[in-house]
Design a protein around this ligand. Structure first.
Ligand code: XUL
Ligand code: CO
Length: 439
């Protein structure tokens, strides 16, 4: 197999190609339903996994070296940035996402120096973005890794930590605005609890809502027009996270008057950790008008944690892209690969192969989701299934033109109408297979 350095650009060679370093389904500039594939999919590289993750797990150390032979930390982070943009070029990825601490050497004991270094790297990223014609999709502040955040950030019992969280979010928001990010993510890794015995849940929820309100007001005052995104996850690292799932986030946003500005960034592996399917979370976001962005990955059903694997399951991507299309497509959001190569896939070639696998799986998902919509059998079935709401008593319910008494009277006088047609689940599932495999 070729070495990383030998691969100049991953080209689209079509589904019959056996070339490992080629796209079989992702053809960036091919137009599908009036839009280029790269615009439908808005792929983004995740800095933390791709540029920094070195194979470490709970039981063992690094299996990959991503220090780029640079002992000097600022030089090392610039080398990492060079690598990131070179990789995006090779893969035709137009966007990237980062946490503040992914892109520069953060020193919790010297905040002033850290801010200076962050600014210097943001200058560098700005130059690279122009040179390589790449865009920032979103930035986020890592307010969970450092010891200071062990009991949460905006939900910490200590107000000084709340203030430190504000400093980090303000700096990252400034970077996001400068670099043109169209969304800003808040993932509350430690915004939850390990035991209720030491937790004032009401105060913590009020506090984090105040924090989001202040962050929004600050960003809007600086001209940010994009989406603020909560990223639901039920647990890990905390036993319970407040942003449990999309429905819980909607309730929180509605309670604290943040809907409209705030939407969600839905991660596949977080959905399954919450006991939902990926498409359930997407559908919930769609019907509540909070869909914006995706962290694409997949979990392993045999492992109960967030394995962040590159997505290769086409059923998942078909159902996902079906929801994305029905939601009107990506506007300020996109499709960020919050995924890492396995610990044993420890070469730079594997990074390319993993992205190719994930991008092709989503490209195929996009093609097949449109095929499913064009086929029309599923949509038609669902439409017909609810036809009773288009006339008679059903139409009255739909148009708020009836009441409980009239309905009771109707039911009493129409006893023979209470039969429901078959849901035909197996038939509908077979349509999906037929759409996938028909020529
Ligand atoms: C962790 C996770 C994060 C967020 C950004 O499970 O998904 O990487 O996407 O903080
Ligand atoms: Co994520």
């Amino acid at each position: 197999m070729k070495r990383y350095e030998e691969i100049k650009k991953v080209e689209y060679l079509g589904p019959n190609s056996k070339e490992p370093f080629a796209f079989k389904y992702y053809n960036p500039d091919e137009v599908i339903h009036g839009k280029k594939m790269r615009e439908h999919l808005k792929f983004a590289l995740s800095y933390w996994h791709t540029i920094n993750y070195s194979g470490t797990d709970m039981f063992g150390g690094d299996t990959e070296d991503k220090n780029f032979n640079e002992a000097d930390l600022m030089k090392r982070y610039k080398a990492k940035a060079d690598f990131a943009f070179d990789l995006m070029d090779k893969l035709s990825i137009d966007y990237y996402c980062f946490h503040d601490v992914d892109v520069y050497p953060y020193d919790p004991n010297d905040l002033k120096k850290s801010l200076k270094n962050f600014n210097e790297i943001v200058d560098y990223l700005e130059v690279l973005q122009k040179k390589h014609n790449k865009k920032l999709l979103w930035a986020t502040s890592n307010n969970f890794g450092d010891k200071a955040f062990m009991a949460g950030a905006a939900t910490s019992p200590n107000a000084d930590v709340f203030a430190l969280s504000a400093l980090k979010v303000k700096a990252t928001m400034d970077a996001n605005i400068r670099l043109g990010g169209t969304a800003y993510v808040f993932w509350g890794g430690r915004e939850g609890y390990d035991t209720l015995l030491n937790t004032d849940m009401g105060l913590e929820l009020d506090n984090i809502a105040k924090f989001f309100t202040m962050a929004r007001d600050y960003a809007r005052s600086k001209g940010f027009k994009g989406d603020f995104l909560l990223e639901p996850k039920p647990k890990e690292p905390t036993k319970h996270q407040y942003d449990f799932d999309v429905a819980t986030c909607c309730n929180f946003l509605r309670t604290y008057n943040l809907l409209g500005d705030f939407k969600v960034n839905i991660e596949a592996n977080h959905a399954t950790l919450a006991g939902h399917t990926f498409e359930h979370e997407l559908r919930t976001a769609r019907v509540n008008g909070v869909f914006s962005s995706i962290d694409a990955n997949q979990g392993d059903p045999m492992l109960g944690w967030d394995t962040d694997q590159f997505p290769t399951n086409i059923y998942d991507t078909i159902y996902c892209m079906y929801e994305v299309i029905k939601a009107g497509g990506f506007v300020n959001g996109g499709l960020n690969f919050d995924a890492k190569t396995r610990r044993q896939s420890n070469t730079f070639e594997d990074i390319l192969l993993a992205y190719i696998a994930g991008m092709d799986t989503f490209a195929l998902g996009l093609r097949l989701a449109y095929k499913l919509i064009d086929d029309g059998r599923i949509d038609e079935f669902v439409k017909n299934r609810y036809d009773s709401y288009n006339h008679g008593i059903g139409l009255k319910i739909k148009e708020n033109k009836t009441n409980l008494e009239e309905l009771a009277d109707y039911a009493l006088n129409n006893p023979n109408k209470v039969t429901v047609d078959s849901g035909r689940q197996e038939y509908l599932e077979s349509i999906i297979n037929n759409v996938i495999f028909e020529k």
